[in-house]
Design a protein around this ligand. Structure first.
Ligand code: PXP
Length: 237
């Protein structure tokens, strides 16, 4: 069974929508761990649209499982990561206008920048994963620049809307996992995984970890609403 790391970015998205201090992603991380999550993932974006620096620093103190910091390969983020020292760092591409991380990191096309960030992070003893598309060239480049792990982007698989496309995307992921293992890279996967599409990915035994956010946070809002309304009704009566 792969380890399940819960991405709590969207708890922070909800908080930022009101600019208050609730819901607190720190509390969400605590409850996710109590429920059995093997790790907590947060993406500190350059524009700070959801997770804030404060969240990351407190999570470093409170997360008892494993803290995975997603970040762009920038000087600012490398500085923060080497100060916070999460259990691992995942380098992701970042564009200001995107709704979520779109596509994997182009390690081949940005080799110099990514390699510089990997070197700095590893110099400080951090474990580094690269979030890449299921593509042989990207996997090999990741190995060449010294990554410890690759996280295979499952977005195209998750978006595939018929059996043929799903099979094609699954094959790509399976092949990529094999290539990564041949390169002696460790393998994670994530993006767009939900309650309906996760199972075939779980069957790929060599994938050690799944990083899942949006579907879990969305479901938690829905399955928690009855209790939340009941509690408020008690206060109103
Ligand atoms: N892995 C990476 C590298 C991501 O950037 C994200 C989204 O923040 C995820 C996994 C989780 O994706 P989702 O929210 O669609 O489950």
């Amino acid at each position: 069974m792969p380890k399940l790391n819960v991405n709590i970015d969207h708890v922070a998205t909800l908080r930022q929508a009101r600019g208050t201090n609730e819901p607190d992603p720190v509390l969400a991380a605590y409850l996710a761990e109590l429920a059995g999550a093997h790790g907590i993932v947060v993406h500190l974006r350059e524009d700070r649209r959801h997770v804030q620096d404060r969240d990351l620093y407190i999570l470093r103190e409170t997360v008892k499982t494993k803290l995975n910091m997603e970040m762009a390969a920038t000087t600012e983020m490398v500085r923060i990561a080497t100060d916070v020292m999460p259990d691992m760092v995942t380098l992701v591409p970042e564009k200001r206008e995107e709704l979520t991380t779109e596509g994997g990191l182009d390690v081949v096309g940005n080799r110099k920048t990514v390699s510089k960030a990997v070197d700095k992070l590893k110099e400080e003893g951090l474990f580094v994963s690269l979030f890449i598309d299921p593509d042989e060239k990207q996997i090999k480049a990741s190995k060449e620049i010294g990554a410890d792990m690759v996280e295979i982007h499952t977005g195209s698989y998750a978006e595939a809307d018929n059996e043929k496309k799903i099979e094609k995307e699954l094959k790509k992921i399976e092949l990529s996992v094999g290539i990564a293992l041949d390169q002696e890279l460790r393998v994670a996967a994530g993006h767009g995984l939900d309650y309906r599409n996760v199972e075939p990915i779980v069957w790929i035994e060599e994938i050690e970890e799944l990083n899942i956010g949006h579907s879990i946070i969305s479901r938690s809002v829905i399955v928690g609403i009855e209790e939340a309304v009941s509690e408020m009704l008690i206060l109103c009566s």
